[in-house]
Design a protein around this ligand. Structure first.
Ligand code: PLP
Length: 488
């Protein structure tokens, strides 16, 4: 690695990326690339001889960028947006540039220490109880995704339950609970850690509880399982569900979990960022009853991919499920011995051994914005979503399909006359296809209460009010084009 080449080529890459951000608004948001499209453009084997970076970047411009769906477009309202910022980019560059592997304290003392500091900072920012902070006896780790974090917590919960039951054979009796709005990762994670699929309970939610699960319905399932000799092991509470942004009652579920010795995980992957604003913190009320909490700064906290914070109240329970001590990692070093048990070996807090230096990225993001800047950022998106929601409410052709809590608005066209459910669904599907085919915005859908609804997820770092207004104009225009005209 030659430092002069690094400086020259990195500048070229930065120029390309800065140019990309200057132009990103002009590209059709959703790619219309077809499977196999790059195979016809690229050679079928890697080059035998090295090629110049200028040529490679030219191919990025010509072949790759046109085939992308532009997640950083200000008109990207699909899924949940992933965030980017100049600070996030700088942090990612530092992480990639220093390129260390902080899997143990000895392997990277300052990186591990920085991670300890930054997860405590984040926990305090989003109002977590002190019991999740290193300073309060708990602790946190930065992982790549909520899905990984969930698998780790399920493994910890499984081992805790099996210890109590006295042996691995009892695994067939362990039960996991989630709602019909919980992320699919809980079902997948339960499978990965060996919970029989027949022991995964999907609890129904209702419009009346705004699609949050009620502790009452979880209690009924738990009691039925206990009565039939099964062992409730794990329940998830989601704050900001993927489909409609619903919130489960953390305190109620926490009390139930405590009564039955069930592990409670709070999944705030998307809405966790909003918890930096005091007006949203009630949604996490009762978090002190949870065993673990996770949120993704890469979703709505100005941090470039990837970054998921996972906090646990009892680090020992997590590390006893995930630790391994092969001889080749057994550094009998003076520094490690001197650091004592307080020194964290992050390899024991996650699935993989190797890991990037995410802490420096999050640290670099938090400093230039500060808590006040971050609050303003979140509130700006919430205000934009509120505006969109009010525009829908003022147009009789539309209905808001689930109450908005954060920056996600779910809506659909209402039936016009006595149209049946299928016809209304068809109409809304057509509307979504027309919106996305325009290239002017990208939205996705969800199905709730058997209704097909369109999701407008505000949260892109470059999204401004004018983009949300344009999106609303686009929705109205396409509704008209597909024949849904206002009644005069
Ligand atoms: N949980 C919720 C509520 C989510 O919305 C998502 C993704 O959108 C996830 C979990 C999965 O997150 P990740 O992609 O980081 O695994």
């Amino acid at each position: 690695l030659d430092p002069e080449t690094l400086a020259r080529e990195s500048r070229a890459v930065i120029n390309l990326i800065a140019g990309y951000y200057r132009d990103v608004e002009k590209y059709p948001v959703k790619s219309d690339a077809v499977p196999g499209c790059l195979r016809t453009l690229l050679p079928d084997a890697a080059p035998e001889n090295g090629e110049p970076m200028d040529l490679i970047l030219e191919h990025v411009r010509r072949h790759i960028v046109p085939g992308l769906t532009h997640w950083q477009s200000p008109n990207f309202f699909a899924y949940y947006p992933v965030n980017a910022s100049a600070a996030g980019f700088a942090g990612e560059m530092l992480s990639a540039g220093l390129n260390i592997v902080p899997f143990s304290w000895v392997a990277s003392p300052a990186a591990t220490e920085l991670e300890n500091v930054v997860v405590d900072w984040m926990g305090k920012l989003i109002g977590l109880p002190a019991s999740f902070l290193f300073s309060g006896g708990g602790g946190g780790v930065l992982q790549g995704s909520t899905c990984e974090a969930v698998v780790c917590t399920l493994a910890a919960a499984r081992d805790r339950a099996l210890r109590r039951l006295g042996g691995h054979e009892a695994i067939t009796r362990l039960v996991v609970y989630a709602s019909d709005q919980s992320h699919s990762t809980f079902q997948k994670g339960a499978r990965i850690v060996g919970i029989p699929s027949s022991n995964f309970r999907v609890i129904r939610t209702w419009a009346a509880s705004t699609y949050g699960v009620t502790a009452e319905s979880v209690r009924e399932a738990v009691e039925a399982d206990v009565a039939s000799g099964l062992v409730p092991m794990y329940v998830c509470a989601t704050v900001g569900t993927t489909g409609v942004g619903a919130v489960d009652p953390v305190r109620d579920l926490g009390e139930l979990a405590r009564r039955h010795g069930i592990w409670l995980h709070v999944d705030a992957a998307y809405a966790g960022g909003a918890m930096i604003c005091p007006e949203f913190q009630d949604y996490m009320d009762g978090a002190e009853l949870a065993d673990s909490v996770s949120m993704n700064p890469h979703k709505w906290f100005l941090t470039n991919m990837d970054c998921c914070c996972l906090w646990v109240a009892s680090p020992d329970v997590l590390t006893s499920a995930l630790s391994s001590n092969p001889e080749y990692l057994n550094n009998i070093s003076q520094e490690r011995a001197a650091a004592g048990p307080a020194a964290v070996d992050y390899k024991d807090w996650q699935i993989a051994l190797s890991r990037p230096f995410r802490a420096i990225k999050l640290w670099v993001v938090l400093r230039p914005y500060g808590a006040a800047g971050m609050r303003a950022y979140i509130r700006r998106h919430v205000e934009m979503a509120k505006w969109f929601e009010q525009a829908l409410q003022a147009d009789e052709r539309f209905e808001v399909a689930a109450p908005r809590k954060f920056s996600l608005v779910c809506f659909r066209l209402r039936p016009r006359y006595d149209e049946g459910d299928e016809a209304v669904e068809e109409l809304n599907r057509k509307l979504l296809v027309a919106i996305n085919a325009s290239g002017r915005a990208f939205m996705t859908h969800f199905v709730v209460d058997n209704k097909f609804v369109i999701r407008m997820a505000v949260g892109g770092a470059m999204t401004e009010m004018r983009h949300v207004r344009d999106a609303w104009e686009l929705v109205r225009e396409k509704a008209k084009e597909i024949g849904h005209v206002p009644n005069d």
